[in-house]
Design a protein around this ligand. Structure first.
Ligand code: TRP
Ligand code: SF4
Length: 377
């Protein structure tokens, strides 16, 4: 009896860790943890996105959509990583703050729910910088220099000097983001796997040095985001740098217009030429966004030249509009009153700071650097 009531109470407690303080007599902390963990303790999710401006459909299917879907199953922390933006955009910081708010608008519009998830800004939780510093002490240079994203970006980005300390430390900052919330699961795309792997190595090293008698950090796991091939209007991967995007904020006429100009299977020169949706970017859009019924019509109609590309593109546009409409509706409320989104970020950052404070107390004490007075030995 008592047990079930306790568990119930625990469910309604916003911070599950806290209930350790209200142990009734006769319950060992250990027993309670075991009991409640099977009943409720949800795994922690931490993910982040750099604030680089408005999001497009590729960002949505590559990340945001998965985040939205994880909110019920996991205890989620989603972070606008403005310091990460700084690692490459340090010479011109004029857009970072504005973009952070824009990111929040897109996230909320897409369905992230501040009642369910903690949505916050990295720089508003200064403890991330402290943890970054402490982790940097134990991170061998070689681990950082080996990371593929580091090497690639140093070679490919020529208009910015990325030979900085901060840029090399990018993955250490990311590790701090994840570990601050003792994240168990990190939903990211393929390109970020090496960063989470580095985080795991840092955890092993940290726990090895300071984790007696108990580990301080769990090793986070990658939850690989299933990234369907999402082509832009020119058929290449949808990307801001190619100028081929469909934005989450594009109004219906713009979506329809962009679809009209989208490239198709080059084999369909004339209306009477049969085509193949498997080699057509519009076909790819259908596969991701259209219903089974529409997909059947596309497959049959395209291969038999029974439909024209204009008609087919119209159906793809219908599916996109149907997806984007509710987002744009939700977004309206925040656009009319952007302060609302900022308030959500502030409230989220407050909640994040609280968890971060607890983690940092643990970390400092494990490292023998607690802020408490200790009598000289
Ligand atoms: N580096 C990630 C990216 O570019 C963004 C990021 C920063 C992140 N901190 C994170 C992702 C923590 C997951 C967890 O996409
Ligand atoms: Fe592409 Fe549709 Fe045209 Fe076929 S009918 S080539 S799938 S746009």
């Amino acid at each position: 009896m008592l047990v079930s009531r306790l568990v119930l109470h625990d469910i309604s407690t916003p911070d599950p860790q806290r209930q350790l303080c209200i142990l009734p007599p006769g319950f060992t902390a250990h027993g309670l943890i075991e009991m409640t963990s099977s009943a409720k303790t949800r795994k922690r999710v931490l993910s982040g996105m750099r604030p680089t401006g408005r999001l497009h459909l590729g960002n949505y299917v590559g990340a945001l959509q998965n985040w939205v879907g994880m909110q019920d199953e996991y205890e989620c922390f989603f972070c606008v990583v403005d310091w990460h933006a700084l690692t490459t955009d340090y010479a011109d910081t004029s857009l970072i703050k504005q973009n952070s708010l824009e990111a929040a608008l897109d996230w909320l519009a897409a369905g992230l729910d501040p009642q369910k998830s903690v949505i916050f800004i990295q720089s508003h939780v200064p403890a991330h910088a402290e943890l970054h510093l402490l982790l940097s002490m134990i991170t061998p240079l070689g681990w950082l220099e080996r990371i593929p994203t580091y090497k690639e970006q140093r070679e490919n980005i020529k208009d910015k000097d990325l030979g900085t300390y901060g840029f090399l430390g990018y993955p250490v900052l990311q590790a701090a983001d994840i570990l601050m919330y003792k994240g168990n699961v990190v939903p990211v795309g393929e390109d970020q796997v090496a960063h989470v792997e580095l985080t795991r190595e840092i955890v092993r090293r940290f726990n090895g040095f300071y984790g007696k008698p108990r580990d301080i950090f769990p090793e986070p796991q990658v939850l690989l985001t299933r990234a369907p091939k999402l082509p832009g209007t020119d058929g290449r991967k949808m990307s801001k740098s190619y100028g081929n995007t469909i934005m989450l904020t594009d109004p219906e006429p713009v979506v329809r217009q962009k679809l009209k100009t989208m490239v198709t299977d080059p084999a369909r020169v004339r209306r009477t030429d049969p085509g193949n949706p498997d080699v057509c970017p519009v076909g790819d859009l259908h596969k991701i966004f259209s219903s089974k019924e529409t997909m059947t019509k596309v497959n049959e109609g395209c291969r038999s030249a029974g439909i024209g590309c204009i008609e087919c593109k119209g159906w793809a546009a219908d599916a996109l509009v149907q997806l984007l409409n509710p987002m744009q509706e939700r977004r309206k409320k925040f656009e009319e009153n952007p302060r609302l989104a900022w308030d959500i970020l502030e409230a989220g950052s407050e909640r994040a700071r609280k968890v971060a404070g607890e983690t940092m107390a643990d970390v400092r004490s494990a490292m023998g650097m607690s802020l408490e007075y200790e009598a000289p030995k």
